[in-house]
Design a protein around this ligand. Structure first.
Ligand code: PMP
Length: 400
């Protein structure tokens, strides 16, 4: 039956993990995967998540279906976390929101909605580079993909002028996707002043601002700071769309908890958008999974657990920031050719090291260190036990 099917290419990120698994070296390191690891290199279940799980177990909850757009207590709390309890769209009851299958599912619903209903344009502008999955999600949702400049290879920083020029030259009313914080894969974010400029520019061009926020709190350790761009745009009157994920900031990767929300101009518009969200979701997966959403509700809805969670998120962010400093210091101490300041200034889970594909290959062959070909490393894969070895191996690979 499937004789005419041609084998497709393997996923570039998951392929790195395959190679890592096959390697027998005791020193091997996997820096490909985008999941947090603790100081011993192990997956981390947050203590607040364990507590919430215990509460749910004791409450003997049933396993009934959720409504199409998910658990109401969860979506309310998720919206408050992102936008702020006192934000106008919440106070004025004009935010349409649906639970989603984590951030990816949020993007999928959002883009399907845009493909069906965004009137002025079906073209979405993505940064170069962007999270790889943005492109097929957009295409599969019927959007045309174009790009705006983002990363400057020479400075290993933001190409802000290029970014603005491309957003400016896009036809009025285009869709512009922005990483709210901790840009993946580069770890390079606009400053707050630059976000303010971007808000003006997007408004002037009547573009539609689409925020992907997969790392709130995880980027800087401060949930307010990480929500700056989202909240500023909303304050400025942009009717944004927002995708949220609780994979990173609550370590709920496999539970698949997220949300997609649309700032509308009135409760009436909200009701209409809400009805169409249901029409999109129902034939895709009917309704979302319940367990993860209950966990998030328990944590965000309980002041004590919420305060503990803030400390845990900050702990994860701080460990990563500490690894950035240690990696930078060691590379400099080893007199590694090149400029490495970006390792410290980049934000979030990932760092774009600037390593070339042949150096990446050398690291795999000679040192059993695995990362994606573009030189991106997951900082979370580093710890006190392997950061020296990693820095030494990078230093050798760069020196040639
Ligand atoms: N957007 C970005 C920018 C991401 O980095 C990720 C996670 N790698 C996601 C969305 C979605 O992840 P998830 O579906 O696991 O929430």
């Amino acid at each position: 039956v499937w004789g005419s099917v041609v084998a497709g290419p393997p996923d570039p990120i998951l392929g790195v993990t395959e190679k890592f698994k096959a390697d027998k070296s005791p020193k091997k390191i996997n820096l490909g995967v985008g999941a947090y690891r603790d100081g011993n290199g192990k997956p981390y279940v947050l203590p607040t998540v364990k507590k919430a799980e215990q509460k749910l177990f004791e409450a003997k909850m049933d396993k009934e279906y959720l409504p199409i757009t998910g658990l109401g207590s969860f979506t309310k709390l998720a919206a408050e976390l992102a936008y702020g309890k006192d934000s106008k769209p919440l106070v004025e009851d004009r935010l349409a929101i649906s639970q989603s299958i984590s951030g990816t599912g949020a993007l999928r619903i959002a883009m399907a909605f845009l493909g069906k209903f965004h009137e002025t344009s079906k073209t979405i502008y993505l940064p170069t580079p962007t999270w790889g999955n943005h492109i097929p999600i957009a295409k599969d949702s019927g959007l045309t993909v174009k790009h705006y400049k983002y990363f400057d290879k020479d400075t290993v920083g933001l190409d802000f002028e290029g970014m603005k020029a491309d957003i400016k030259s896009a036809p009025d009313g285009s869709i512009v996707l922005l990483h709210a914080c901790a840009h993946n894969p580069t770890g390079v974010d606009p400053t707050e002043a630059q976000w303010r400029e971007l808000s003006d520019l997007v408004k002037e061009k009547k573009h539609f601002a689409f925020f992907d926020m997969a790392y709130q709190g995880f980027a800087s350790g401060d949930i307010l700071k990480d929500a700056y761009a989202v909240r500023y745009f909303v304050e400025q009157g942009h009717q944004i769309l927002l995708c949220q994920s609780f994979a990173k900031n609550m370590g709920l990767y496999g539970e698949r908890v997220g949300a997609v929300s649309f700032v509308c101009d009135s409760p009436e518009e909200k009701a209409k958008v809400d009805s169409q969200l249901k029409i999109i979701v129902r034939p895709m997966y009917s309704n979302p999974p319940v367990h993860g959403a209950r966990l998030v509700s328990e944590i965000l809805g309980n002041q004590e657990l919420y305060n503990e969670w803030l400390v845990e998120v900050k702990g994860m962010a701080d460990r990563i920031i500490d690894m950035r400093t240690k990696l930078y210091d060691t590379l400099v101490r080893l007199e590694t050719p090149g400029e490495w300041k970006h390792i410290k200034s980049q934000i979030g889970m990932f760092s774009f090291t600037g390593l070339k594909p042949e150096q990446v290959e050398k690291l795999a062959e000679k040192a059993s260190i695995y990362l994606t070909k573009d030189g991106r490393i997951s900082m979370a894969g580093l710890n006190d036990g392997n950061v020296e070895y990693f820095a030494e191996s990078v230093s050798k690979a760069v020196k040639g």
